[in-house]
Design a protein around this ligand. Structure first.
Ligand code: DAH
Length: 339
């Protein structure tokens, strides 16, 4: 009898099942009324009295082993079963929703792509600048009222350290470190100590352009900007250059494009003029070239600078500049399908 119990024990320890049905078969085989363990209990009456205690204990141990084993097998199928009912733990979790590109980045990338086709590379410079790169090298003499054109954030302890008020500072850095021909644009963030309103902000973005080579003329400037305007706003776009003043360009101009909303007929966006101002430009002042050790008798150049917010507002009909910086997802989501 004890031998029989041992054999059964070894057998039960090894059993495996590959389905719920097989577990049931094992249950019937070992622990049902007609199962082999019950058979042992039935035969118990033939065990000699002096062995009854030992054999009885062994059968009980065997029975518990069988019960545990069968329960465990059953449980393993219960877990797998619940997978079928929609709780498959191997499924991927909640998908993470990708954000969308900020409208300012969309327009910035578009402008970069247009100038890349015209042969312009992209360079960047620091946001925390010094007086030389933001003002002096750009021909703003000390105490000259032109410095008041831009309200600057200075560091109190050191007035030579300031937040750049325009990306024109990158022109200087590039000219200081490279030789003509230079044909590059400089996108970046700029800062001005200005009251925040629907039309202006103390932080905004600009793209500056610079082309320096032998024989660069105002005609090249005009043609480059016309091509740019047509690519950005559409083939039918016209441009107009109005004389203006910037310390670092001579002559200087401001460029208008025919109104992107009414096409030039006159509407409330262009204030019934048919034109929208979008950038400042001019021929690089010889003083600026010389300050960067570029021979102004040999080389000439043109430069231009534009605000990305203004162009983005025109492009998407956005009426308040503050939307760009609040990062309200309801605003940002609208640009999901934009390129
Ligand atoms: N830096 C000027 C501004 O922030 C824009 C500008 C005007 C840039 C004329 C130029 C330029 O390169 O030639 O208002």
């Amino acid at each position: 009898m004890l031998d029989k119990i041992k054999t059964l024990q070894a057998e039960i320890e090894k059993v495996v099942a590959s389905s719920v049905e097989e577990v049931d078969e094992l249950r019937i085989k070992y622990i049902s009324k007609k199962g082999s363990i019950n058979q042992l209990f039935a035969d118990f009456k033939y065990v000699p009295a002096e062995q009854k205690k030992e054999v009885g204990q062994a059968i009980n141990i065997l029975k518990n082993l069988a019960l545990n084993k069968i329960n465990l097998l059953k449980e393993s199928f219960d877990v797998a079963d619940s997978g079928d009912s929609g709780n498959d733990l191997t499924m991927p979790g909640e998908p993470i929703k990708l954000g969308t590109r900020h409208p300012l980045s969309l327009v910035k990338n578009e402008i970069i792509a247009i100038f890349a086709r015209l042969g312009f590379t992209v360079s960047e410079g620091p946001e925390i600048e010094d007086d030389w790169h933001v003002f002096s090298a750009l021909n703003f003499p000390p105490e000259h009222p032109a410095r008041d054109m831009q309200d600057t954030f200075f560091i109190e302890k050191n007035p030579d350290v300031l937040l750049r008020t325009h990306t024109s500072s990158v022109q200087i850095r590039v000219m200081e470190h490279s030789e003509p021909p230079i044909r590059s644009i400089f996108p970046g963030r700029v800062f001005r100590n200005e009251a925040i309103s629907a039309r202006s902000h103390c932080i905004f973005h600009q793209i500056e352009g610079l082309y320096v080579d032998e024989n660069v003329s105002f005609a090249d400037l005009k043609q480059t900007l016309l091509q740019f305007a047509k690519e950005l706003f559409g083939e039918g776009t016209k441009i107009r250059l109005r004389p203006s003043y910037f310390p670092f360009t001579e002559p200087s101009a401001e460029m208008d494009v025919s109104c992107t909303i009414c096409g030039g007929k006159g509407c409330n966006v262009c204030k019934y003029t048919g034109w929208l101002e979008i950038l400042g430009c001019g021929m690089v002042d010889p003083n600026v070239l010389e300050g960067c050790n570029i021979d102004s008798r040999k080389y000439t150049g043109f430069a231009f600078g534009m605000g990305i917010e203004r162009i983005t507002m025109l492009r998407y009909g956005i009426k308040d500049i503050r939307h760009f910086f609040e990062n309200d997802v309801r605003f940002l989501k609208q640009f999901e399908s934009a390129t």
